[in-house]
Every structure is written in C-alpha cells, then in structure tokens.
Design a protein around this ligand. Sequence first.
Ligand code: ATP
Ligand code: MG
Length: 436
Amino acid sequence: MALTVKRPKGTQDITPAQIYKWHTVERVASEAAEQFGFKEIRVPTFEDTGLFVRSVGDTTDVVQKEMYTVSATGDSTFTLRPEGTAGTIRAVIENGILNEGFPQKVFYILSCFRHEKPQAGRLREFHQFGCEMIGAQNARADADVIALAKSVIDRMGLQGIKLNINSIGCKKCRADYHKALVDYFTPHKAELCETCQERLTKNPMRIIDCKSPICSKIAEGAPVILDFLCEECDTHFKELQENLKAMKIDYSINPKIVRGLDYYTKTVFEFITTDIGAQGTVCGGGRYDGLIETLGGAPTPALGFGMGLERLILTMESQGVEFEEPAGCELYIAPMGDNAARYATGMIAKLRDLGISAEYDLIGRSLKAQMKYADKIGAKFVMVLGDNEIEQGQVNIKNMETGEQTAFTVDDTFAERLCDFLMASIIEGIDTEGLI
Ligand code: ATP
Ligand code: MG
C-alpha cells in the first residue's frame, strides 16, 4: 500500500522516537526563561495579515515572499504567523499588559510558517523559542535578553556558538545612512535583483539582507550603519558592550547584521554556529523601540529574540550533546492464563494509582513475544504472572538489567510493597533489602 497524501514540503513530523529531544529543549528553555523572570504567553497561530505587514515591514522578504495568507469567507485575510514578536506584542497591547508595570517579560515556544526554499535548517514550518521584554530603555535590558539566549545555549551544552552584535540605529541616524546607501547602490542599480531595485527607493537597508548572491556581493562594499549612529544610539551601543563585558559574555561586532525584519532599532544580534552548514543562525533578535507605537500602543521601548529550535537541535546532534532520555516503562506485567490476566488488570490499575509507570499485555501475545516487547519498550522490571503464581501466592520480579529475581508474596498488600520496591530501586536507586 502506498500513502496517497504525504506531508507538505518543508514540514516535519516529530515522531515519538524523537520527541524526547524536543522535550529536553523546551524544558531547558522554559526553565531558563522563568529563572530570568519571563512568563509564558500563548497567542494564536494566525493573525490578521495587516499585523505582519505593518510590523515586519512590506519591503522585507518575509512579507514580500514568504507569508502563508489564507482567505476566510468574507473579506478578511489571515496569515499564519511567520514569527512570534508581532502577535505577542499585539496580545500584550490588547490584554492591557502594558498597564501592569514595567518591564513586562514574556516568552513563548511556537511554530512559524514561511514559504521558503526548504533545505537543511530551513523549513516552511519551524519552531521558535522566543522572548520579549517590554518597557526597558536601558542597555542593561539588551544585555539581559542576550544573556538569556546565551544561558539557553549554554544549558543545552553547546560549544562554540558565536555572538555577533550590531546597532542599526534609530530613525534619526538611519535618514543619513539611507542617503549614503542610495548613493552607493544607485550606480549598481541595473545589477540588483528586481526586489532590491524597488528597495533602493523604499528601504535601501533591506538590500544588505538580500540573499541573492549578486546583491550580497555588491553589498559587501556598502557603507556601514555604525558610522552613522547618532549620539544616543552610539552611547546605547557602548553601554551594551560594557554590560556584556560585565556579564562575561563574549561577542564580536559585525556591522553587516541588519536582520530581516523592519521593526528593529538600535541593538541587533545573532548567535551563529558553523556546525550545521549554511543556515547557521541559531538565534536572532534585537530592540524594536518603535513597534508598539506602530501597532497602536503608547510609545514603549521593547526588545527580544527568536531562537530556531530545529537549528538548535541539529547543532546539539552534530555536537553529540546528550538529550534526556524518557524514563520509560518501570514494570511490565506478562500475564499467562485468564485468571492471571484478570489479576494483572487490577494490579496495573493499583500500581498506576501509586505512581508507577506500568504496562501489560493487551493483545494476547505468547510469553516469548511479551518478553521481546518488554525489552523493546525498555521495561526496567518484568513480572511473569501465571495462574500458578496466583494460586501459590508467590511471584518473581525480574530486574531486566541485572537478571536478578526478587520473590514477592501475593496478598492484599502486594501492590504497595511492589511500588515501594520499584520506587526505591528505580527512582532512588537505594538498597531494597527489607522492603520486600
Ligand atoms: P535567516 O537569515 O536564516 O533566514 P531570519 O533572519 O529570517 O533567519 P528571524 O526571522 O530572525 O530569522 O528568526 C529567528 C530564528 O528563527 C533564526 O535565527 C532561525 O534560527 C530561525 N528560522 C528562521 N527562519 C527559519 C526557517 N525557515 N526554518 C528554520 N528556522 C528558521
Ligand atoms: Mg529568513
């Protein structure tokens, strides 16, 4: 039989065999965020298209080429979120969180959708862990947000991930910079891709982020924004660096980073690995002091980052980092005969109530097949329960790792004693003599 419908290009199934990696990453990231004082927020998967056009920017690749926009009946159009910041900030404004005192700190783990050319580390549905800090103007906040991203990367056990920072200034500094870019790119106008020709008049800084090899080659010699920063932005950038130094966070300044989303101002940063090929940006973020006002809130400084979880996991795999293995089955009961099966049914219910992860035969397999199955699911202990054992009131529990057998009396307190034994030997790893 052949599957007639396959998963869409650029999407992935996360199978039960792989899910533990995701659980590790999600748990570690959430714990780090909570330790830094961020609280989780959950927002819709789709939003009004206008939200992304207004915030991400209508000259960005994301809006021009990558959005999945669906039209519902009637005239409204919705877009599957291509990133997490716009929806999160919309929710923060809409739920009055801006009135609850600053800074507000939220984090999320969510799926994003971009119509891109699928390749290693670049998917059409991918996942981000992200955070947003709202209401903090000071460069200490920038360092704190960068420190969270760094902490997540460190807690995952990753090595050699480089932090690059830059400042892309504010409206004031960008006016002069834009003029310089127009002067620089205009003589090359005919060589630029069609999109960048349009960007030249609308948003010349976007040309620097263009993925076309010709445009990026031309952009190599372009003026850099750092030479155009106003005093306030320049001071902010210096203070950021002082704070990073105080936190012992290594960084390099890369004046070429402009980031692919229009809402950024002042600080931008990326964490990059060389271990997973061309798509090595594991995390990207920055400050976006104008976004809240653009979306209709009171002018409020804010910043954040998005970390690509697929790229993070690929890097962990390539560096041989260990993920937490799932605990698995603690006890497998292999009943033989009708009486035993009935007894096992009651026993399994009691053991689960007592907190033991227990399984038993559900499809009437032979003892041999059951033992094979118990081995496959990684059962720590197995109890073979025949009608005989029940009649004689004695049963053996086998430790699958050592082969050691422990005899138990089958009576009214059996489940409780077995539970204590399993908890002690599996969870606590203590000597079980005296518990039987
Ligand atoms: P890139 O330059 O790789 O296209 P970007 O600038 O578009 O990245 P952001 O919008 O800042 O990325 O998203 C933050 C993070 O989300 C990226 O650093 C990356 O880890 C991840 N990411 C972005 N696009 C994809 C994708 N298509 N597939 C997988 N991960 C992605
Ligand atoms: Mg991109």
